[in-house]
Ligand binder design. Structure first.
Ligand code: ATP
Length: 293
């Protein structure tokens, strides 16, 4: 009898996200904060290789010192959720090539979970739509839904309610991460609602629709920035260096500590990269990824 040749391994990319805006609207009875954020993916990505196992285990392999390889890993949680929900008998091995800095405000863990959902959907022929996968993703973490779909979106609720919008015009993004890692929960705990600065989300969305690069730079805003700046003054130094080197728009992403600069021309992007390289341990020049998955 002939054997059916089924796919056993799949390779998936998990891009990082940046927040062009992040507005904290208030605290909810369930303990989460109500947010409104404009998020977009950039072409700095982890790579995951998923392989079907005959045994029923979920195995995570990663060389990264700060990335757990058990149920604390969001990719593990994604695999576990799909196995339970769809009664999958086989296990999966996830080899994680980590390129996105950890605990950085770039949603690396959430993107790994999202890539695991997309990858297992194909590997196990689950035939779920991206929207269905995004809904499942919300059970793992607030940013996972956006990472499932990618592109550019306004995220509301605790981050899981998405409205897709066109992508910003092509530009360079320089990312600079200081040596520290930041816990998102700690930053949200330190938020004082009466002191929150609210970005103008509508103006940002309009600038994006108009492909108005300078308007986008002008309306960058993050309610969490001043909170993280107080806890970690290093963030300010990176912002100032980027500005000093001529960046048009500069903002901290998510709960930080990564700061990004938007730049129209490649030469200037490299000037900023060189300006940061001396004292900032992790610096990347990337581009905005226009397309959704
Ligand atoms: P966000 O922007 O969504 O707040 P982040 O970029 O600040 O995310 P992550 O890199 O996702 O933060 O990691 C936060 C913590 O989650 C890490 O300290 C790590 O212990 C844990 N973690 C779980 N799974 C992963 C993963 N696949 N990759 C990296 N960290 C992970």
């Amino acid at each position: 009898m002939g054997r059916v040749n089924v796919m056993r391994t799949i390779s998936v990319k998990a891009p990082a996200k940046i927040n062009l805006t992040l507005d904290v609207l208030g605290k909810r009875p369930d303990g989460y904060h109500e947010v409104e954020m404009v998020m977009t993916t950039v072409d700095l990505a982890d790579r995951l290789e998923l392989t079907i196992l005959e045994s029923d285990e979920i195995r995570i392999q990663s060389e990264h010192a700060y990335v757990p390889n058990d149920h604390r890993n969001l990719a593990y949680r994604a695999a576990e959720l799909l196995r339970e929900r769809f009664n999958i008998q086989q296990g999966v091995e996830i080899v994680l090539d980590k390129q996105i800095p950890v605990a950085a405000g770039l949603a690396g863990g959430s993107s790994d979970a999202a890539a695991t959902l997309r990858g297992m959907n194909e590997l196990f022929s689950l035939n779920l739509s991206l929207e269905e996968l995004a809904e499942l993703g919300a059970e793992i973490g607030s940013d996972v839904s956006f990472c499932v779909i990618g592109g550019t979106a306004i995220a509301r609720g605790r981050g899981e309610q998405l409205e897709m919008i066109p992508s910003p015009p092509p530009c360079y993004v320089v990312l600079g991460k200081p040596k520290i890692g930041v816990s998102t929960a700690d930053v949200y705990r330190a938020v004082r609602m009466e002191e929150v600065h609210h970005p103008d989300t509508d103006a940002m969305v309009e600038a994006i629709r108009q492909k108005d690069f300078h308007g986008i730079c002008e309306h960058l805003g993050n309610s969490l920035e001043s909170v993280t700046l107080k806890l970690h003054p290093e963030v300010k130094q990176i912002k100032e260096t980027m500005r000093h080197c001529g960046a048009e728009g500069v903002l901290m992403s998510g709960s930080g500590p990564t700061v990004f600069a938007l730049i129209e021309h490649e030469q200037k992007a490299h000037r900023i990269y060189n300006g940061l390289k001396g004292f900032c341990p992790e610096v990347f020049v990337v581009r905005i990824l226009g397309k959704r998955h």
